[in-house]
Every structure is written in C-alpha cells, then in structure tokens.
Ligand binder design. Sequence first.
Ligand code: MTE
Length: 319
Amino acid sequence: MLIRKPSDIRSSEITSESNYVNRRTFMRGAGAIAGATLAPGTFAATVPVEHGATVPDVRKSELSTDETPNSWEDITTYNNYYEFGTGKSDPVRNAQDFEPRPWTITVDGEAEITGTFDFDDFIKPFDAEERIYRMRCVEAWSMVIPWVGISLADVVKRFKPTSKAKYVAFETLEDRKRMPGQRFRSLDWPYREGLTIAEATHPLSILAIGLYGKVLPNQNGAPLRLVVPWKYGFKGIKGIVRMRFTESMPATSWNMAAPHEYGFYANVNPAVDHPRWSQARERRIGAGLFAQKIPTLPFNGYGDQVAALYAGLDLRKNY
Ligand code: MTE
C-alpha cells in the first residue's frame, strides 16, 4: 500500500530504557485524569498486560469460521502497522518495547455518555469471545485469525449515541516517542478509521483484545483494535485511543493518502480491482510457496450476513 517510502527506522531511534522509565512515570500521572467510570461488568479479572498472558473467561462463538487458523507465528510476524515501520517484519521488531498500559480511550461526539476511560474500565462491561475470522488485506493476501474480542455493537449501545450519530470514527495513539514510525510521513498521523453506525452495530464487528486466547501482541494492535471481517484489513485500526460519534462521514487514513485507490467503505469486492492490481484472488499466508491463489469472495465470504447493509448502494462508486 506504500505511497511514499520513508527511510527505514534505525535501531538507535527505538526508545532507550531510561526514556521508557520516564515515560511510564509520566503516563501513570496522566492516567489519573481519566476519571469517568462505567458500571461494573462481567470480566472476572482485569485483562493482564504481560506478553503471552491468557485472557480470562473467553467463550466460543457461533460466528467463527471452521477454517483452520493461521499459526501464531504467521499472525504475529507478518503485519501492517506503519507506526512501527512500513515493512511486514518491522512491527514485530519495532513494537516489542511498546507499553500498552496505562491506556485510555476517549469517547466523544454525538453520544449521551462521553468521557475518557481507563482501558480496563472500558472493556469490563463486556463478554470476551473468541471469533475466528478470515482477514483479507487490500494487498491481496489473507489469513484466518482466532481473535479474542468484545462486541462493538454492545460497546456502541452502551455509550448511547444520539439520533444525530451516523458514524463512529476511531483514532490511534499519536506519540512519536512510543510509535517511532510516526517520525516519518508515511501517513498523516494519527491513523484514522470509521464505520457507519449500522456497520459498527453489526454482530460481526468486534474490538479485539487478544488472539489465540492470549493478550493482543503489540504488533497486532495492543491493547485494542478494530476487526470488521467483511472489509479490507486496513479498516482494522490498531492501538485505538479515541472513538467519536459523528453526523458526517469521518476522514480515514488510506482514503486521505490515496482517495482514488481506497474508499471509505472498503468492502472486500473481487469485482472491483485496485487501480494497480486485481482483487479477484488472494494469497493465503502460510499456504506455501507453490500454493495456488484462492478466489476472493464478495464481502470476504460474509455476504449472507452483511450484504443487506448496502442495499441500494452502488458498490462500484462507494468502494
Ligand atoms: N492500524 C494502524 N494504527 N496503523 C496501520 O498501519 N495497518 C492496517 C490495519 N490497522 C494499520 C492499522 C492494515 S493495512 C492491515 S492489513 C491490518 O492492520 C493488519 O493487521 P495485522 O497486522 O494484525 O494482520
């Protein structure tokens, strides 16, 4: 997807230990201003922070595919996360020291309940489910990923959007110290994404907090990222710090970077080619060097469940 190639991030630019300690002290102070609270919820314990820790109380979901998931290795070493570099193996290398706590999420705009919430308070009211979903990147590769997530519909409803709210906009943390890729203008920071309220309240949409039953690795978007399985992967914004309910369609990062190539909707559509490549087929990561590409399905195979959201909309124009 690269548009302007920034120079590689040198290891000297990755945070030193002393910076990291100072930052933690600062952030502990900043966390205290997050005063708003939500009613207690169903999580028995808070979600652990430690790398590789298990998320408690995860239940299975009928919405999961029975396709075989990609390996942990595939899912955590082949990533797109420009805040940590533009190469596929940059995020796993450059995000290791990233601290996903303390973490706050600000909810604002057209909603009755707004405020800044500590991550644990934000997710506490919701049940964690395993959702095994196909993911199709706009670059024509795909994976099957066993996410752990909470229902975005439940989250949206809890904040009581007003009748004016037509969209939900999301933003990633903007912090060039913690996210060294933001020192380069590979995108206009912070990373931004958005959904219509109907999309956000569809049962398939989740906010992921883990994968393979473990807490979300940094390179996959810790502590909180969006997963919308019928859309191209770039809609799945990582490292979310803000959710804003809006009346008008929000600006989104890839659309801002290349409007003729990436639209707001970004529904997986094998019939609409990317201007620079075909979207008809996809390469399943991990299938082996000589594996045939597989056909891409409309809405990434979730058409039965989501096509009705777009009744009457010209999906060639609204790509
Ligand atoms: N979110 C942020 N904040 N920054 C990014 O660069 N890349 C997107 C999306 N979310 C990206 C992001 C793209 S292009 C894809 S394909 C998916 O994350 C990749 O998710 P994965 O690395 O967990 O497979």
